[in-house]
Design a protein around this ligand. Structure first.
Ligand SMILES: *[C@@H]1O[C@H](CO)[C@@H](O)[C@H](O)[C@H]1NC(C)=O
Ligand SMILES: *[C@@H]1O[C@H](CO)[C@@H](O)[C@H](O)[C@H]1NC(C)=O
Length: 616
């Protein structure tokens, strides 16, 4: 049955706001701090003010008129149980009573235009912001809307004007001890008090965490490091753990070997790349010749965003690892590789600060597409702690938009267990706080942790000790975790009280083999040790499930978690041993049921496919 009752109530019920411009003589001068770090974040040096005449592009995230509409809709289209709410024999007394009843929302993903309606700001918001910008002399020709009208973009704002608008002091910053490209940031900013209820965040302002920390450094056996990798962390695995897990092993273990994709004219996998870390089509062909002899004519499309560039003669670990493993799992499903610029990799001779915010530029690009790939995997992250709260919340909503559009958005949970280093909070209190990774901590994406099982596949899989996991300090526990997470916390008891946020979103959601995954770089065989390899395995399996659904005329899975935590559990291998030490502690332990080491467990393709039979 098809169902089209996607009309948006929110934009119709517009309660008039107070007219602030008449309530206050000078509302624009009454400013309040929006966010500040108080001091330059650790690991960053200031290089002072930018040259006179420097301009900056500002992005202003506007609050939606109906704050709950996007997430309510995301659940309706992603939760297989949501049909129960609309199965009804009583005729609803609304203006939408012409909508067919017995209609379900599960799988009824929205178009770009429908999502734009859901996230539309209140009409008064735009009026208010325009008079504020006008007051500061920002020409209307430099103002445009983006991200479906939920963000404003101010192009080419002189830094002096940006400072006045935002009560800011933009300066050039560079990561301590590097020659990286600089970034233009301010350690704090303010907005008129009347705008606080209308504006969620302004980008770029206080988001310092660099694309370096987006890197999930894969741990590799100490095979000779290519020159461009010299600064990366290399961990030599003890010889007793000489693990090597091939695509054939993984396809056998997760039961995808027998499945042959057929919906390859409609199904697509997207891979998010940053930092000019490209894949190589030559390395991919070599890899597939070894591991998937059936893969003739393998390739991928490339989308270059925000000056990202693409030089396949200089491939990187992340680019190759991801493309090689998603292809090994899901060939011949078409692939698109997004390379987004704006990271901080040094560009010799370039004295300009890095352009744009790489996360935001990528999301702007992909959300503008009429059709988004059904499966999207990105092996990069930041420490949640390094991000301004409102910035991570604004990005998280954009990932929710992707889910509402029908994409399964997959991230790695990190390679540092519960956190790298000693995890002492930088406030002088000496307090230890576990340090989870964003975007994994966003409840509207799927977070992938890591497992291993040695060389023989004789025993059950166990958690990989590097598997990132824990609880968000930015995002509360989502409804779909309301059973799984409290069960774990009850078992944990008071251990680690104060080290983590027991009310936070738990990560990961699912996991996969992460240790000893072969890939090829510059024609050399290497092994990856990290969740950077687990995420493309899960993405490949989800792409195969989407292929199956599309091939029988059904909608793709979209946002996975409500299904994974309900019917999907029947198709997941529970992982019940191992732990993820970090922050100077033993970390959490994998137990029966969900745990913040391996999530629900590892995918069983046949079992997961089985959970999709019998309902549509
Ligand atoms: C906001 O959206 C929700 C879910 O779509 C809807 O139930 C609610 O009525 C809307 N509220 C307003 C004030 O429009
Ligand atoms: C940065 O560049 C300068 C000058 O080229 C050089 O002396 C220095 O070693 C470089 N530092 C790093 C960390 O690469």
């Amino acid at each position: 049955m098809r169902c089209h009752h996607l009309s948006v109530l929110s934009v119709l019920a517009t309660a008039p706001l107070a007219n602030f411009t008449t309530s206050f003589a000078r509302p624009w001068d009454n400013v309040r701090i929006k966010h500040t770090w108080n001091t330059v974040p650790p690991d960053w040096d200031t290089l002072g003010h930018p040259p006179v005449g420097t301009t900056i592009d500002l992005h202003v995230a506007l609050k939606a008129h109906n704050e709950s509409a996007l997430i309510d809709t995301l659940y309706k289209v992603s939760d297989p149980k949501s049909s129960k709410h609309v199965l009804s024999n009583t005729f609803p007394r609304t203006m939408y009573s012409h909508v067919p009843l017995l209609c379900r929302r599960y799988g009824a993903h929205l178009s770009k235009e429908q999502v734009a309606q859901l996230v539309a700001p209140h009409p008064d918001t735009l009026g208010l912001i325009n008079s504020w910008l006008d007051y500061h002399g920002v020409p209307s020709s430099s103002i445009s809307t983006t991200l479906g009208g939920s963000w404003l973009m101010l192009t080419g704002v002189p830094v002096s004007q940006a400072n006045a608008l935002l009560g800011a002091s933009y300066q050039l910053y560079r990561r301590t001890g590097t020659n990286d490209t600089t970034i233009l940031r301010t350690i704090g900013y303010a907005l008129p008090a009347v705008l606080h209820t209308h504006v969620q965040t302004v980008v770029p302002t206080t988001h310092f965490a660099s694309m370096h920390t987006l890197q999930q450094t894969p741990w590799r056996s100490a095979v000779r490091a290519p020159a461009d990798m010299a600064s990366r962390e290399l961990v030599t695995m003890p010889s007793s753990r000489n693990i090597r897990v091939t695509p054939s092993d993984v396809r056998w273990l997760y039961k995808t070997t027998a499945y042959v994709p057929v919906a390859t004219d409609r199904n697509q996998i997207g891979i998010g790349g940053f930092l000019n870390e490209y894949p190589s089509p030559v390395d991919l062909k070599t890899y597939m010749a070894i591991h998937r002899a059936d893969a003739v004519g393998v390739g991928y499309r490339v989308a270059v965003i925000n000056g990202g560039g693409y030089d396949p003669r200089r491939p990187s670990t992340e680019g190759n690892l991801n493309v090689q493993w998603t292809q090994a799992m899901a060939y011949p499903t078409p692939h698109i590789f997004y390379n987004t610029g704006g990271g901080l990799r040094i560009q010799p001779g370039n004295r300009e600060p890095a352009a744009g915010d790489a996360w935001l530029e990528w999301l702007k690009y992909i959300l503008k597409e009429t059709n988004v790939p059904q499966t999207i995997v990105t092996p990069y992250s930041n420490n949640e702690r390094d991000l301004p709260l409102e910035y991570s919340k604004a990005l998280c909503k954009l990932f929710a938009q992707l889910g509402t559009r029908g994409a399964s958005v997959i991230f790695t949970s990190g390679n540092g267990g519960v956190g790298r280093g000693n995890c002492v909070v930088n406030d002088g209190s000496g307090k230890v706080q576990f340090n989870p990774e964003f975007p994994s901590t966003c409840p509207w994406v799927t977070s992938v942790g890591g497992t291993t099982d040695g060389t023989t596949f004789e025993g059950p899989e166990v958690a990989a000790s590097l598997s990132g996991g824990g609880f968000s300090n930015h995002f509360p526990r989502p409804d779909y975790q309301d059973e799984a997470v409290p069960t774990f916390l009850q078992d944990l008891g008071s251990k680690y009280n104060g080290f983590y946020n027991a009310d936070g979103r738990g990560i990961p959601d699912i996991s996969a083999q992460a240790l000893g995954l072969p890939f090829i770089l510059n024609n050399k065989p290497l092994l990856s040790f990290g969740t950077s390899g687990a995420a493309p395995i899960v993405a490949g399996i989800i792409a195969l499930l989407n292929d199956y659904l599309l091939s029988v005329g059904r909608r793709p899975l979209g946002f996975l978690n409500p299904w994974l935590y309900s019917y999907g559990r029947a198709g997941i291998n529970d992982i019940i041993s191992g732990s993820n030490p970090g922050c100077g502690t033993d970390g959490f332990s994998a137990i029966v049921g969900w745990d913040p080491v391996t999530g629900l467990g590892t995918p069983d393709f046949v079992g997961l496919q089985h959970t999709l039979l019998g309902w549509s």
